[in-house]
Ligand binder design. Sequence first.
Ligand code: C2E
Ligand code: CA
Ligand code: CA
Ligand code: CA
Length: 280
Amino acid sequence: AKDRGGNCLQVYDRVLGACRTRHNQLLADLPIALERDQFDLHFQPIIDLRDNSVSKAEALMRWHHPEFGPVGPDEFIPIAEENGYICELGEWVFDSVMRILPEWVALFGPNFQVGINKSPLQFLSDETMPTRWAQRLQQAGLDGRNLVVEITENSLMGRADIVTQKMALIAEAGMQVAIDDFGTGYSSLSYLNRFPVDYLKIDRAFVRDLTRDSRDFVLCEAMVAMAHKLNMRVVAEGVETAEQRSLLAGIGCDYGQGYLYSPPLGRREFLAFMYTSCPL
Ligand code: C2E
Ligand code: CA
Ligand code: CA
Ligand code: CA
């Protein structure tokens, strides 16, 4: 028994060591990954549940690591926040979106929107982001409304004054705001009334087990009703089945996003999706 315990510890040490090594290596590799062109931006279509049209997409980062292969943003975004590199990544995402957005707005109409995820840390500390981004949009001949800034619910907590000021600047610049992963954070509903929020994105945790008699169904119904009374639109995340879609449409949820429609796609694949799903 003593031996086995020792082995377990060794294995445990090795696994832990490997995790630490991977983490440290990713931390060290991040700053050169941009120069070496290892990042990619994918776009996931967001579908209007009333008529199945596609007027929005969410931009999602991908990292092709030379050694580890694909590394997901859930893993590298927190690391980038740790070493401050998140600022560079954030600008890279914005620049990449700006390279395609004029074309997409021309193709899909003036109401087309792309959502960008903004790290909470960066959202709070980046003083000039709203005006800087608004200027770039204007220079590109775009409307502020073509861009949606997605921030997680948690990033709003406890900093109401800074958040209010930031959101006011974003709204002034004509850009829109989505509260991401709604329902999973520490929420105080009172901020919804105070901040100019355009979209609530219901976290996929509520969508996953959605059936007509589930508690999640009641919660989704309540979130949609509340959002609409506050004049916000609702996006359901992680829609994977036709049943989920029809339940969500039934309670008046405005938009759906998920594997039922499409995974996040490369730029070309996204265009192909648009042409096959809604022939112009
Ligand atoms: P998120 O903003 O909640 O993005 C939605 C995530 O759900 C994406 O994971 C997407 O690929 C995944 N997803 C979409 N449809 C489905 C579905 O039907 N089922 C399931 N199970 N999953 C689905 P992804 O791309 O791995 O991104 C994870 C998170 O990383 C994002 O969560 C976002 O918080 C963060 N992230 C991604 N790109 C960026 C970025 O450019 N900047 C920042 N700050 N964060 C980013
Ligand atoms: Ca998001
Ligand atoms: Ca989300
Ligand atoms: Ca998430």
